[in-house]
Design a protein around this ligand. Structure first.
Ligand code: PGA
Length: 241
């Protein structure tokens, strides 16, 4: 079943001490958050254990930002699904545009990582989205449908979250208009043709625009970068109206 999922993506931010401080400010803000909203924090690998310990039975679910396709081996700098699972991770971001852009992630490796996540009972959050140049060239739909086709080969759609993240809207303050995000997410939903997949919007989601974004019928949640780093701002997003 489609669920509302609000996930923070801390990217390469916060030491262990800083993550503890964040939780002290953030957790008390969840007292009145409607039960059906899933709240996720996707933190750097070094923060996973400390965040897990400091959630103190709260409703927040732990997420990582990448996973390797092998269970173990000579893959310097990588991390496996069993390592993530052991410390209480439930979600993992796969194929974020920063991974694709700066670390040569391809649709083929994204597919392998998605499979590994599902094999370890981690719910992958698959990121797809177009660049500014692709949008200007009217290639948005093609780009996204191609990503979905290649990334989702042999993937179980009942254990998957997709995030539509137009690359030109990430970290730029330049949010995609809510109606346009809704339209593209509708296309993604039609392409997946499965009633269970939650599809998030990501790209400059902030306290000031979250209400409008979440009012769109196709949008099941948000993947939030910059605005998830401050307890008050992420709490306002989670408690959108
Ligand atoms: P942003 O990042 O909210 O800072 O634009 C979103 C993301 O990259 O997931």
């Amino acid at each position: 079943m489609r669920k509302i999922i609000i996930a923070g993506n801390w990217k390469m931010h916060k030491t262990q001490a800083e993550s503890k401080e964040f939780l002290q400010g953030f957790l008390p803000e969840l007292e009145n958050t409607p039960d059906e909203r899933e709240v996720v924090l996707c933190v750097p690998f070094t923060d996973l254990a400390v965040v897990s310990q400091n959630l103190h039975g709260s409703r927040v679910r732990l997420g990582a930002q990448n996973v390797h396709w092998e269970d173990s081996g000579a893959y310097t700098g990588e991390i496996s699904g069993s390592m993530l699972k052991e410390i209480g991770t439930s979600y993992v971001i796969v194929g974020h545009s920063e991974r694709r852009q700066y670390f040569c992630e391809t649709d083929e490796t994204v597919n392998l990582r998605l499979k590994a996540a599902q094999n370890h009972n981690l719910i992958p959050i698959l990121c797809v989205g177009e660049t500014k140049a692709q949008r200007d060239a009217k290639k948005t739909e093609n780009v996204i449908i191609n990503q979905l086709k290649q990334d989702l080969v042999d993937i179980d759609l009942t254990k998957l979250v997709v995030a539509y993240e137009p690359i030109w809207a990430i970290g730029t303050g330049d949010t995609c208009e809510a109606k346009e995000a809704n339209r593209v997410i509708g296309l993604i939903r039609a392409q997946l043709d499965h009633p269970d997949v939650s599809i998030q919007y990501g790209g400059s989601v902030k306290p000031g625009n979250v209400d409008e974004i979440m009012a769109q019928p196709e949008i099941d949640g948000a993947l939030v970068g910059g605005a998830s780093l401050e307890p008050a701002s992420f709490a306002r997003i989670v408690n959108y109206q």
